[in-house]
Design a protein around this ligand. Structure first.
Ligand code: SF4
Length: 361
């Protein structure tokens, strides 16, 4: 990438796309791909400023905070090439069985203390079937819900029946994390023990059960910009409510351990492109933030991010929550998400705001 002056033609094309998104129109795959290919730093900063405006227009100054509990760690049967918890790789990552109620309640207390909207139970296994483990998972979700301190979320892998999704919903689950990881084209480079279609099928069961979808991916795995663009459009198609953007933190012992880090400006540009493609969604910056963005972490909001994973990740450390809360305060951003249940992502019935949906309603 280069740092030149703003190219006037590019400037007016970026502005045209930004204006269109602000007035409720979509951008096409070709237009988005052109944005993903921008190289000139001045053009990228121009794009970031539009992504920031779009975030402010659709999301105001609210930032949605999520945290996770590693509810079952390590020894996973799957071979995801980025993951420290796969049994295929020697990574020294901890291993333990399904979590007792106490650590989950502690995570809920901690989240509540810090104004974090959701706590997600995350399990390192292929997926969840009917049986005693589903009962135990539902107990933990029910306890989280009954505690009333935080939104109960979960990320429990592949689901193969509607009944499982319905049971999770009955237990009180509100949002399920299930990343598409990358484009359909690149997916088999990341994993061969399950398929992209397994993931789409899981998401379909969850949606039918009335559970909100948290689905995104990981960048920096060796995918192309076109793969990132196609991931964003696939997430739009499935109607993801929260879109986590993870940046690979290469774990020694995994197949991706030697991947070169993505440049900071490439990461920020990717977030901005996601904001133009997914203007109403919660775009959440998750794993790999601290290590990849370093001092540029606060730039994610200017790039269009509206949500943040706080607290430690599954197998790697994050910066302390207090530091994240200070960062938001310094930027005039408000982490007290109003628990509106994602209603700002719905089209508005207000006659004067036929399209785009009224963001002030
Ligand atoms: S990403 Fe999930 S499914 Fe894949 S190896 Fe890790 S824990 Fe298992």
């Amino acid at each position: 990438m280069t740092a030149k002056l703003v190219d006037v033609k590019n400037h007016s094309r970026i502005a045209g796309l930004g204006e269109r998104v602000l007035s409720g129109g979509p951008i096409t795959r070709d237009e988005a791909l052109w944005l993903f290919q921008l190289e000139n730093f001045a053009d990228i900063f121009d794009l970031l400023s539009w992504a920031n405006r779009i975030r402010e227009y659709f999301k105001g100054n609210k930032i949605h905070l999520c945290s996770i509990v590693n509810a079952k760690a390590g020894a996973c049967s799957e071979n995801c090439s980025f993951c420290a918890q796969s049994s295929f790789y020697q990574t020294g990552s901890p291993k333990y069985g399904f979590v007792d109620p106490e650590p989950v309640q502690e995570a809920a207390d901690e989240a509540n203390k810090n104004g974090v909207t959701a706590v997600g139970l995350v399990a390192a296994w292929k997926g969840l079937n009917e049986g005693p483990m589903l009962d135990e998972v539902c107990d933990r979700i029910h306890e989280l819900k009954a505690g009333g301190k935080t939104r109960p979320d979960a990320s429990l892998g592949i689901i193969k029946s509607q009944k499982v999704a319905d049971r999770l919903k009955e237990a009180g689950l509100e949002c399920y994390g299930h990343n598409l990881e990358s484009s359909r084209r690149f997916f088999s480079t990341t994993c061969t023990t399950h398929t992209y279609d397994d993931r789409l099928e899981t998401i379909a069961y969850l949606k039918k059960a009335g559970i909100k979808i948290c689905s995104g991916g990981i960048i920096g795995m060796g995918e192309t910009r076109e793969d990132r663009c196609d991931l964003a459009f696939a997430l739009k198609e499935i109607g993801a409510n929260v879109v986590p953007v993870n940046v690979l933190n290469p774990i020694p012992g995994t197949p991706f351990e030697k991947n070169a880090p993505l440049p900071v400006m490439e990461i920020l540009k990717t977030i901005a492109c996601f904001r133009l493609i997914l203007p109403r969604q919660e775009i959440m910056i998750a794993g790999g933030r601290t290590v990849n963005l370093r001092d540029a972490q606060s730039m994610i909001f200017m790039a269009g991010a509206s949500a943040l994973m706080v607290g430690n990740y599954l197998t790697t450390l994050n910066q302390p929550v207090e530091k994240d809360l200070q960062m938001l305060k310094d930027l005039g951003l408000d982490p007290s998400w109003d628990k509106h249940g994602f209603s700002d992502q719905e089209p508005c019935a207000c006659e004067s705001h036929a399209e785009p949906a009224c963001v002030t309603a």
